[in-house]
Design a protein around this ligand. Structure first.
Ligand code: PLP
Length: 374
């Protein structure tokens, strides 16, 4: 079989075997509807409750603060739209200019309805500091939303400080933590976060499932009206198998988090060492606080698209920017936000290593890249 090396873990990850195995009984045998009152519904109902306990435990939340959704996009849409519509006295939203499109386009939608949205421009290194937030926030701000970790450059934002600044002005704080959950330690209660979005397929769980953390006591209008599922905030029969798989994957990742981080960081160092040893000239985008294994590399005067396709021909999957943007050949809004020179931006690729990658993978990736860019 032709070799295949997967190095696009920020786009999606491989389903953990443990998660897959945890899912199958809920598809084949225990297929009852968890909302029904009879005995056959008891097991799926308990599985949903157990999944909330597991997920909450992994992020320092209480189980009743976890709401199942179809993934990061839905969680983001829910917060941005429901928050804006919640309070006629406080209508404004502030986000960073390098958010994922799930946030950007939700904000464009509320903007078209007349709700004010401000876009914060980050520092050159790609950070939103509390000082930057202070320039935008007003008494009319209801929600501040800044992603935990950026999907293109990996920067981890100072969430605790941003949360404090938002609260000082009476605003709520949301973070799109789709790239961070299961990869770095997060304790929502300690950080003071009001809302957090997560998606299972980014932490080795199944696709099409995720959750929204809503801090107890914080009001948010329902996302979908209908049945009484999710405390009547997100109607629709639950996907029990996917939810169980998500909880199993998150637990597995959180149990081994530091170990995985170390392994991925070692691979990252090896990759950069190989490039440096071969005298490759590149710029690594982003600042010092980054997700392990996410490398945004720019090669002056090169074409990122062309690098991606040549790597693909060699059986290696990488990305130019975010997966959601792969059809859009314009310079990504993230690279624009960090004011990367156009000559560098056009030659940018994203390599995102995961826990399943090996040293051999990295040796092959480095050799391929050296062959293409030198
Ligand atoms: N937010 C971020 C930061 C992401 O990276 C992604 C996916 O790439 C999403 C949201 C969307 O998540 P989902 O694919 O679960 O809808």
């Amino acid at each position: 079989m032709k070799q295949h090396i997967y190095a696009d873990n920020a786009a999606t990850t491989k389903l953990d075997k443990a998660a897959f195995e945890a899912m199958t009984p809920w598809l084949l045998e225990e297929y009852g509807n968890a909302s029904q009152p009879y005995a056959f519904a008891r097991k799926p109902k308990k599985a949903l409750a157990d999944a909330k306990v597991t997920i909450a435990g992994c992020i320092g939340a209480a189980p009743e603060e976890i709401y199942f959704t179809s993934g990061g996009t839905e969680s983001d849409n829910w917060v941005i739209k429901s928050s804006a519509f919640s309070d006629p006295e406080k209508r404004a939203t502030i986000i960073s200019a390098f958010e994922h499109h799930a946030i950007l386009r939700s904000c464009a939608a509320i903007g078209r309805l007349g709700y004010p949205v401000a876009y914060m421009w980050p520092s050159d290194e790609g950070y939103i500091t509390p000082e930057i937030l202070e320039k935008y926030i007003t008494d009319n701000t209801r929600l501040v939303s800044v992603m935990f970790a950026n999907n293109e450059i990996g920067n981890i934002q100072p969430v605790r400080e941003l949360c404090e600044a938002a609260h000082t002005h009476g605003a709520l704080f949301h973070t799109d933590a789709v790239q961070a959950v299961g990869h770095i330690r997060i304790n929502v209660h300690e950080l003071g976060i009001d809302f957090l979005s997560a998606s299972a397929h980014k932490f080795n769980g199944p696709k099409g499932i995720g959750f929204l953390y809503i801090r107890k006591g914080v009001e948010l209008l329902p996302y979908a009206d209908g049945g009484a599922q999710e405390n009547a905030h997100r109607a629709g029969t639950e996907n029990v198998a996917a939810i169980v798989g998500m909880a199993a994957a998150l637990k597995e990742n959180c149990d081994l988090l530091e170990q995985n981080q170390q392994h991925i960081l070692d691979l990252e160092r090896l990759l950069l060492f190989q490039l440096d040893k071969a005298g490759v000239i590149y710029k690594r985008n982003g600042g010092d606080r980054k997700l392990p294994g996410l490398l945004s590399l720019s090669f002056l005067g090169k074409d990122g698209e062309a690098i991606l396709h040549r790597m693909d021909l060699m059986g290696i999957s990488i990305s130019t920017g975010s997966a959601c943007d792969s059809v859009n050949t314009e310079i990504s809004h993230v690279l624009q936000a960090i004011r990367l020179d156009e000559d560098y931006a056009e030659g940018t690729i994203r390599i995102s290593l995961g826990k399943d990658n090996t040293e051999k993978d990295v040796e092959i990736i480095a050799a391929a890249l050296i062959k293409i860019v030198v």
